[in-house]
Write a protein that binds this ligand. Structure first.
Ligand code: NAP
Ligand code: HSE
Length: 438
């Protein structure tokens, strides 16, 4: 078999992991030995790298890679929106299949890229874009295709899960742990994407599109990260029998659609209290876990390392092998069959407004430690038909009390109205935190 030429766009955390696998094929699937690294684009040729790549295949000009006739598969692992998106499209138009780990590009421009790929008769595979090393894209796209999917949820950002786990277990500072996550290669080049929740929002947009069969308007997903999370909430959550995880949730909305013929979905990203006996509570460190619920499968959980060089490279190489395997079946490189079931929209979906999301909530209020304050808060919740699961008063200092309320499942619109009234109570100083709760 003729070697399959691979062009790498990027030789950072993920790129190095991919090059390491291709350069060390021993004891792996025989197809790995048929891959050849033909070109590698980087930003800085002078950078010291802990991998040996011949100078002759390194370039700072990615266009050379996407137009090289000896390359059949382009692996985009440079990150960012541009020039990554344009390079992917150029590669497709040059008749090359593309493997990318770039969830930011796919969540925003996936439909355009998919249409280009269909027109050119090539594949764009994205296994590494969600869940790091966990095979989740192909299972959602193919293995679960016979199900009516009702919900996809879980922990899909490794950096924040690593930070939250260490804050919880060691009581260490947020900033120090973030630095460690960056050094370990987990964080995005701009870690704001991790800690502000936007990386998780990109990933849940991609999963929702595949699971529910319609493209998702990424910008409509209500997103809260862990950057405003206070240690006191981690502490109170623990006292109440919960851990805190950054969850991404996407579920079929049961309320009637306002947009004719369109499937409404509630999708959101938010720090969430998870009961200690919930399987997600035991998912720690850089690990991710994704729960997929549907009919008739019930619930399946996908678990494993959600970021890092080796795990992410494992997912990238799986995609390369899938494409290389199909190419080896087809001498002229024209795919007549589609064993990989290319991503396809088969209905319209729309993201429901935040006020329509129905969930349990954790609320922490700072109030005067005066008689009757809990009663007044309870009365407002009652008036708004919000049923309370528990209300607890914690630390009292300098006449101040911290009151933690956990509600039953309610619509966010109801909660917003109630909190507006509660904020205006003379005894209430501020609403210090709101989060989701399972
Ligand atoms: P990274 O360590 O920052 O590496 C980026 C690489 O791309 C570097 O080698 C850089 O060159 C090169 N590069 C950037 N812009 C370039 C340009 N304009 N022209 C040529 N080369 C350019 O990033 P990473 O962590 O590997 O992440 C890469 C992608 O994978 C991102 O989309 C990320 O979201 C995704 N991803 C990452 C992980 C993870 O655990 N890190 C997991 C899943 C998905 P220099 O080396 O010369 O600077
Ligand atoms: N920064 C991302 C994370 C990389 O921490 O999950 C994996 O997509």
């Amino acid at each position: 078999m003729k070697k399959v030429g691979i062009g790498l766009l990027g030789l950072g955390t993920v790129g190095k992991g991919v090059a390491n696998i291709i350069n060390n094929p021993n004891d792996r699937h025989p197809l790995v030995g048929e891959l050849e690294l033909v070109g590698v684009a980087v930003r800085n040729l002078q950078k010291k790298r802990d991998i040996i790549i011949p100078d002759s295949i390194l370039t700072t000009n990615p266009i050379e890679i996407v137009t090289n006739p000896n390359i059949q598969i382009i692996v985009e692992v440079m990150g960012g929106i541009e020039p990554a998106k344009s390079l992917i499209i150029q590669a497709i138009r040059a008749g090359k299949s593309v493997v990318t780990a770039n969830k930011a590009v796919i969540a925003r421009h996936g439909e355009e890229i998919s249409n280009e790929a269909k027109a050119a008769g090539v594949y764009v595979l994205i296994e590494a874009a969600v869940g790091g090393g966990i095979p989740i894209i192909e299972p959602v796209k193919q293995s679960l295709g016979g199900n009516q999917i009702t919900k996809v949820s879980g922990i899909i950002n490794g950096t924040t899960n690593y930070i939250l786990s260490r804050m919880d277990k060691e009581g260490v500072d947020y900033a120090d742990v973030l630095k460690d996550a960056q050094e370990l290669g987990y964080a995005e080049s701009d870690p704001a994407a991790d800690v502000e929740g936007s990386d998780a929002a990109d990933k849940i947009a991609i999963l929702s599109g595949l699971a529910f069969g319609g493209s998702i308007n990424r910008s409509n997903i209500p997103t809260t990260g862990i950057n405003h999370l206070e240690a006191v909430d981690v502490n109170y959550a623990r006292k109440l029998g919960y851990g805190i995880k950054l969850l991404a949730i996407s579920e079929k909305d049961k309320s009637p659609s306002k947009t004719e013929g369109s499937q409404p979905l509630s999708i959101w990203v938010e720090p969430t209290l998870v009961p200690e006996d919930n399987p997600l509570a035991g998912v720690n460190g850089v690990n991710n876990a994704i729960l997929v619920e549907g009919n008739p499968i019930g619930q399946v959980m996908f678990f494993g390392p959600g970021a890092g060089s080796g795990p992410t490279a494992s997912a990238v190489v799986a995609d390369i092998l899938n494409i290389a395997g199909i190419q080896s079946m087809s001498e002229d490189n024209i795919f007549n069959l589609d064993p990989l079931l290319s991503a396809m929209s088969w209905r319209n979906c729309h993201v429901a407004e935040k006020k329509q999301i129905t969930k349990k909530n954790y609320i922490r209020l700072i109030a005067n430690d005066s008689p009757g304050v809990i009663g007044e808060i309870g009365t407002i919740f009652g008036k708004k038909k919000i049923s309370i699961e528990s209300i607890v008063q914690f630390d009292v200092t300098d006449e101040e009390a911290e009151i933690v309320v956990i509600t039953h499942k309610i619509q966010q619109g109801q909660l917003e109205e109630a909190l507006l009234e509660i904020k205006n109570l003379s005894q209430v100083k501020r609403i210090a935190a709101t989060m989701g709760c399972l």
